[in-house]
Design a protein around this ligand. Structure first.
Ligand code: NAD
Length: 351
């Protein structure tokens, strides 16, 4: 029996997590889900969108499945944390729940698997890229302020320690999954100190793995290459901001946000979530595509050693994707979230 923290999130979160759980349970893998409130549904009871019970649960169980959570744009919205379970003291403020979770739990590598699925329409074929995004620093450290009226400043932080551990994780993942090439993405020609350090340290770390080829691309060139010949790329290692932007570009290459899974992984815990957000306009409409969260669940099953169950879900999904009456509207189908989950669960049960 695995004990896993469950965060249903808000917006379309509850609907897609319900569908995902139904499919995972159809594999027969025994999971005791510990549901904790995070996001809008936590505020009333805990007066914060990220209560300590959630952080403690993830650290105790070491694994979490997370639905998307809403982050209001602009204004003074911030997530305040005083939790001391990570050894830090004092109040810390983060721009979003996801950023808070990644930082508080030190989930330093964001892994996004971008590949084509038969039946999912896309402008490109033969894409199979893994993005490894550094998750804790760069311009996302949240160190920004108004210098004077009309002038804002943001601090870009790159450290050897954070770069080395994300590069090491990427290299180990690549070797374990028979990948061949890791490309370090940067803008070291302009940001010579920060991105220069990222490039130098990442190349040094990946260079310790003789079976891997390491090369690099300047981020603007990388964007063009991903649009022109994405099938030539294998694994990419990126600082936080480029990783965020380029992995959404990656999702666009394979059919959109609705089909792209992800994971945030650290030494103490791992959290699995789709790349997309809470798509508030679809809340409660039984319209959202559960595929991205389900594939995040597949990554989670592999992470906890349930490889056979993960493969069953991938196979069942591939079968269901062929039938338009069983898939959601964004995939060109006519089914709702629930019906798509039900259809995949039924196929899983026969495998
Ligand atoms: P979004 O990903 O929620 O939605 C963008 C659009 O993509 C939607 O309007 C919809 O057309 C489509 N889409 C996304 N997921 C889909 C799905 N499963 N099925 C079908 N279509 C889907 O991005 P947004 O509108 O920029 O953000 C909405 C909220 O989500 C914001 O508050 C944002 O901060 C938050 N967000 C949360 C996370 C997270 O929790 N990890 C990630 C990204 C955004």
């Amino acid at each position: 029996m695995h004990k896993i923290t469950l965060i249903k999130g808000d917006g379309i979160g509850p609907e897609i997590t319900d569908a995902t759980i139904q499919v995972i349970e159809a594999t027969g893998v025994q999971i005791d889900w510990e549901e904790v409130p995070v996001g809008e549904n936590a505020v009333e009871k805990y007066h914060t969108p990220l209560p300590e019970v959630a952080l403690e649960s993830i650290l105790r169980n070491k694994v979490a499945l997370k639905g998307p959570t809403t982050t209001p744009f602009g204004g003074d919205y911030s997530v305040e944390i005083t939790w001391g379970g990570n050894g830090k003291k004092g109040v810390r403020k983060y721009p979003s729940i996801s950023v808070a979770l990644r930082n508080e739990l030190d989930l330093y590598c964001n892994v996004r698997e971008i590949k084509n699925y038969p039946g999912v329409e896309s402008k490109y074929q033969n894409i199979d890229i893994v993005f490894f995004r550094e998750n804790t620093e760069d311009l996302y450290a949240g160190k920004e302020h108004m210098v004077v009226d009309g002038v804002a400043e943001s601090l870009k932080i790159i450290t050897e320690k954070a770069t080395r551990r994300v590069a090491k994780f990427a290299a180990e993942y690549a070797v374990k999954n028979n990948r061949k090439t890791l490309t370090v993405v940067h803008k070291a020609n302009i940001m010579k100190k920060t991105d220069g350090l990222f490039l130098e340290v990442a190349q040094d770390e990946i260079g310790k793995y003789p079976s891997l080829e390491v090369n690099d691309r300047v981020v603007d060139n990388m964007c063009m290459q991903l649009v022109q010949k994405p099938e030539q790329y294998d694994c990419l290692v990126l600082p936080n901001l480029y990783g965020d932007v380029l992995s959404d570009l990656g999702a666009g290459l394979i059919g959109g946000l609705g089909v792209a899974p992800g994971a945030n992984i650290g030494d103490n815990a791992a959290e699995f979530e789709a790349i997309h957000g809470s798509a508030p306009k679809y809340t409660g409409l039984n319209r959202a595509n559960p595929m991205a969260l389900l594939l995040s669940g597949v990554m989670m099953l592999k992470h906890i050693g349930e490889v056979e169950a993960a493969q069953k879900i991938e196979k069942a999904l591939t079968i269901v994707l062929q039938d338009k009456s069983k898939i959601t509207v964004d995939l060109g189908g006519t089914a709702g979230t629930k019906e798509m989950g039900q259809a995949i669960a039924e196929v899983v049960a026969t495998l």
